[in-house]
Design a protein around this ligand. Structure first.
Ligand SMILES: Nc1ncnc2c1ncn2[C@@H]1O[C@H](COP(=O)(O)OP(=O)(O)OP(=O)(O)O)[C@@H](O)[C@H]1O
Length: 342
């Protein structure tokens, strides 16, 4: 064990090593490869954005990062330790450091419990303090996330979606975690209040030194708040790099296509005179395409893409991509552009 921990000493606050998560399909006859080989690390204090279309495995990954799901293969290390190797008492203690907030503001709130009871419930489960001290701590945290003490004795149905999401943040904050996985945390909220909630996350990060993993399908959300961005497609990472670099100088044809569909202003060299339409649905994770799994929808596809899985390689410093033809200049030209140029 000691040797294993020593090997992982440089693993960062969260490290994912050759991660695979497989599920039996609904009819039990096939295997769904929800996560099919991922490697990355999250640094202490950063906001690590994960972006991808629906079905790319983001929620599965988020749940696994906080030990709600066990890897089928590979490891997830928390501060160099594999939580799967801990005994149940040590695991319970350890787990408070790695928390998750979900898209649905109602997911973690019991409709029959008052707000304050929901907020202090995790502390009660851990046996921390007495009822009075837990209530004091809960109210202080509610106030810190922008809710008044009067909200404490209300019920979830008396609050708006944005207020309920603040309660969920408070519930997690009382545990003083190191890492919070935020799974589409603003997607269900009214557009007009998303900015306020994202600003709250940013303030709390500065105040408490939190590390965030922000999962979303919305590139405008991750591009604003992330230090680094990982792009997922069908259970694999396509690209990972500094947020500004990924958004302004993407390397993968998939990232370029996602960006071309966005209303966010792109730098001139990236501005495409047409939106790159990704044709067809994301293929089934039961039988992903051979070679590069994006090839069936890739506008730059070449014959080699069907035969060889692209290596996960550094193309610029700290900026990795899984595409045979990406260079430091960017993704390969798309076939339509290449045809009209010749
Ligand atoms: N418990 C399960 N049993 C079988 N298949 C599952 C299970 N959980 C997830 N899947 C499948 O794994 C794949 C990845 O799902 P996941 O929810 O992680 O993707 P996602 O990127 O978060 O998508 P969304 O944004 O729609 O939630 C999907 O094809 C999904 O149907």
């Amino acid at each position: 064990m000691a040797a294993q921990q020593q090997n992982h000493a440089d693993a960062g606050i969260l490290a994912v090593r050759d991660l695979r998560i497989l599920f039996p399909s609904r009819d039990g006859r096939d295997t769904v490869k929800a996560i099919d080989g991922m490697d990355f690390e999250v640094r202490s204090g950063e906001t690590f954005g994960i972006i991808g279309e629906s079905g790319s495995g983001k929620t599965t990954l988020g749940r696994a990062l906080v030990s709600l799901l066990r890897p089928t293969h590979g490891h997830i290390l928390h501060d160099g330790t594999d939580p799967a190797t801990l005994g149940s008492r040590a695991f319970r203690k350890h787990r408070r450091d790695y928390q998750i907030i979900f898209q649905d503001p109602n997911a973690a709130l019991n409709p029959r419990m008052t707000i304050i009871d929901s907020v202090v419930e995790p502390l009660e489960v851990l046996g921390e303090g007495n009822a009075a001290s837990r209530r004091r701590r809960g109210i202080a945290v509610l106030e810190r996330v922008g809710l008044s003490a009067e909200a404490a004795d209300r019920y979830p149905h008396q609050l708006s979606g944005g207020q309920k999401q603040r309660v969920n943040i408070a519930r997690v904050l009382t545990l003083r975690p190191k890492v919070i996985v935020c799974d589409e945390v603003v997607a269900a909220l009214d557009v007009s209040i998303r900015g306020d909630v994202l600003n709250l996350f940013a303030d709390l990060q500065r105040e408490f030194g939190l590390t965030y993993v922000f999962i979303t399908h919305d590139i405008s959300v991750v591009s604003h708040i992330s230090d680094r961005i990982a792009v997922t497609y069908l259970g694999k990472l396509m690209e990972l790099g500094p947020a500004e670099d990924v958004v302004e100088r993407p390397l993968h044809p998939y990232t370029r296509a996602l960006l071309s569909a966005e209303p966010i202003p792109l730098p001139s060299h990236l501005r495409v005179d047409r939106r790159i339409i990704l044709e067809g649905e994301i293929p089934s994770p039961v039988s992903p395409p051979s070679g590069c799994r994006f090839r069936t929808r890739c506008p730059s596809v070449q014959p080699r893409c069907a035969d060889e899985v692209p290596a996960w390689r550094d193309v610029r410093p700290g900026h990795r991509v899984a595409c045979h033809f990406a260079t430091a200049e960017g993704p390969p030209a798309d076939n339509q552009q290449a045809r009209s140029a010749s």
